[in-house]
Write a protein of this length. Structure first.
Length: 234
């Protein structure tokens, strides 16, 4: 949450290096500045709320769209794809074993680590469950898995996962609807919005934008403040 320790002790101008919010090999997103003291102050002001939310999350079962990442799988040109897809308003539930029992699932090139992927994915699709696959995986499975079914959507990553954050709201709403339906949820929202679902019907909508976002969660129209969230606990 606070990166890195040395930077917490100084407040300096922009550096001649690139920022890497997801790790040292994350695609560069711009010049970094050390604002450690301000970061610590901001976190301290929100600790009580964060601990309260953590307690509520701890007592509930998280549900979502199964996101299959076998152990030691390689991203190829889809690095950090789960991070970006999660900001499209798709509530991902990470798993390391094939999610045969999931009600909806997302598959990236990571899934190729599974030697039985073609057969397992074909059976999953044949069951009529909503499936989202990256274009990179679709290319690798050409001739092995039929992805032409009405319950399958191919996500145009184009080797640049960050580009997903430019998708318009209308396209995102159409993408989410079938994937959220089995989870008994609906969301219309712009990009840079995260959704988290729980078994008891609780949910959290988080806005990663620098301006307020207007969303409709299960038909309830809301304005989520910039860099804020709205929680509904059952």
């Amino acid at each position: 949450m606070l990166f890195c320790y040395g930077g917490l002790h100084r407040d300096t101008g922009p550096k001649d290096v690139e920022a890497h919010p997801g790790g040292l090999d994350t695609p560069s997103v711009g010049p970094r500045r050390d604002t450690g003291p301000k970061d610590v102050e901001a976190l301290r002001a929100n600790v009580a709320e964060l601990l309260d939310v953590a307690e509520k999350v701890k007592s509930r079962e998280i549900v979502g769209i199964a996101a299959y990442k076998p152990a030691n799988s390689h991203p190829e040109n889809e690095a950090y794809i789960f991070d970006f897809v999660g900001m499209l308003g798709l509530p991902l539930a990470p798993c390391h074993e094939f999610p045969a029992d999931a009600s909806a699932a997302f598959f990236s090139v990571h899934a190729l680590k599974d030697a039985n992927l073609a057969a397992r994915l074909s059976a999953f699709i044949a069951a009529g469950k909503p499936v989202l696959v990256t274009d990179g995986l679709a290319q690798k499975l050409a001739g092995q898995v039929d992805l032409a079914g009405p319950n399958v959507r191919v996500l145009a990553v184009k080797g640049d996962p960050k580009s997903l954050l430019t998708l318009p709201e209308s396209e995102l709403n159409a993408l989410r609807a079938p994937l959220l339906r089995p989870l008994q949820a609906s969301l219309t929202a712009p990009n840079y919005v995260g959704l988290y679902l729980f078994r008891d019907g609780s949910w959290v909508v988080e806005n990663f934008n620098d301006e307020p976002a207007t969303v409709a969660m299960n038909g309830e129209r809301l304005t989520v403040e910039a860099r804020g969230w709205v929680c509904r606990w059952k």
